[in-house]
Design a protein around this ligand. Structure first.
Ligand code: PLP
Length: 363
């Protein structure tokens, strides 16, 4: 990424762009186009909405956590009519609720269903294939929009096979890059809808980008140096094999939960079918402050734990185990958390790290 920036209208750039645009497809599990923006994940959220929807359109979304809350607030801000189904932030999207809501929508007023695949604020992974089956069982034409910002390249995901219409992603989580790239994988149906969707769009408009991409170019200046990094990241995922990448994350997540349970603490995710491979949110006992644990771990061991977001502030800390991560990184991470808990006076059984190591030795 620190290589010189090349001319983004020249032949060398076109080779790079074609390589990354093709290389992204297997990671999303799609044969269709993946649009790349110089943006954060939030930009890619907006792109998914403005390309597919019109003012006043009804959108169904679910209060699974902080990121779902932000995405639906954006949809409201854009003039959409959002039906935000309440949730307890310990469960993913309930496919039965999706089926119910859609079956009740006999006039097909709902134009899109928005799902956050992996809720980074809670460590809960929604079952997207089951959500798709719910749309199908209701025989409802709504588009399915899925945020995979913290799951893509870490947790099994299949855009085409699961009938997702727009998959939203970003560069800085499972793709192991700095922030600055946003992605939309787009189905044929979504692309067709985007030709008549009426929300104002310009910078985010898929059509001119997809047209320019055919020749390896972009309509405006791309984040050239991040694309070099993306090419390397895609190569790393391909070398390891996506199946192995997903298995590695699931194994590290299981070892992390073994430590949490051995400490005598609670994992926030309440349904074992929805445990996240990317991160684990740990609930601290009532009378303790999760942010005090985070502060000690940062100061003593120079390690950042994720903060509790929104209504979970001070109640949980989050252990990330996604991306470029191995057994020893995990062992170091869990050791830091265990020492931090003890230094903060949180009563734990100090055999947590040992339980995680045993789990790693076993398989
Ligand atoms: C990080 C994250 C976002 C926000 O992405 P930004 O790059 O900060 O705009 C949205 N959704 C999920 C699930 C995330 O993890």
């Amino acid at each position: 990424m620190s290589a010189p920036t090349i001319d983004h209208r020249g032949p060398e750039f076109a080779r790079l762009a074609r390589a990354v645009l093709d290389g992204l497809k297997p990671v999303f599990g799609t044969a269709g186009p993946v649009v790349v923006y110089p943006s954060s994940g939030t930009g890619a959220w907006e792109a998914a909405l403005v390309n597919t929807l019109s003012p006043g359109d009804r959108v169904l979304s679910f209060d699974t956590g902080h990121f779902a809350t932000l995405w639906q607030a954006m949809a409201r801000g854009l003039g959409l009519d959002v039906d935000f189904v309440p949730g307890d932030w310990r469960h993913g999207v309930d496919p039965a609720t999706v089926a119910e809501r859609l079956a009740a929508d006999t006039h097909h007023r709902i134009k899109a269903v928005c799902v956050v695949h992996n809720e980074t604020s809670t460590g809960v992974t929604s079952r997207v294939a089951e959500v798709r089956a719910a749309l199908d069982s209701a025989d409802h034409p709504a588009l399915l929009l899925v945020d995979t910002i913290s799951s893509l390249g870490s947790i099994d995901y299949r855009h085409d096979e699961w009938g997702v219409d727009v998959t939203v992603a970003g560069s800085q989580k499972g793709l192991m890059l700095p922030p600055g790239l946003g992605f939309n994988a787009v189905s044929k149906k979504a692309l067709a809808v985007s030709r008549t969707a009426q929300l104002p769009k310009s910078y985010w408009d898929w059509q001119p980008i997809i047209a320019a991409n055919a020749n390896g170019f972009f309509p405006y200046t791309p984040a050239t140096n991040l694309l070099y990094g993306l090419q390397a990241a895609l190569q790393m995922l391909e070398d390891e094999g996506l199946k192995n990448v997903f298995a590695r994350h699931a194994r590290h997540a299981a070892a992390t939960r073994a430590a949490v349970h051995a400490w005598g603490m609670e994992v926030l995710c309440a349904d074992e079918r929805e445990y996240s491979g990317s991160l684990t949110a740990v609930v601290v006992p009532e009378q303790y402050d999760a942010d005090a644990v985070r502060a000690v771990v940062l100061e003593r061991f120079d390690m950042s734990l994720g903060a509790g977001l929104g209504k979970l502030a001070g109640r949980v800390f989050r252990i990330g185990h996604l991306g470029h991560f191995n057994d020893l990184t995990l062992a170091g991470t869990l050791s830091g958390v265990q020492m931090g808990l003890r230094l903060t006076g949180v009563p734990i059984d100090a055999r947590g790290v040992e339980a995680a190591l045993e789990r790693l030795e076993r398989e």
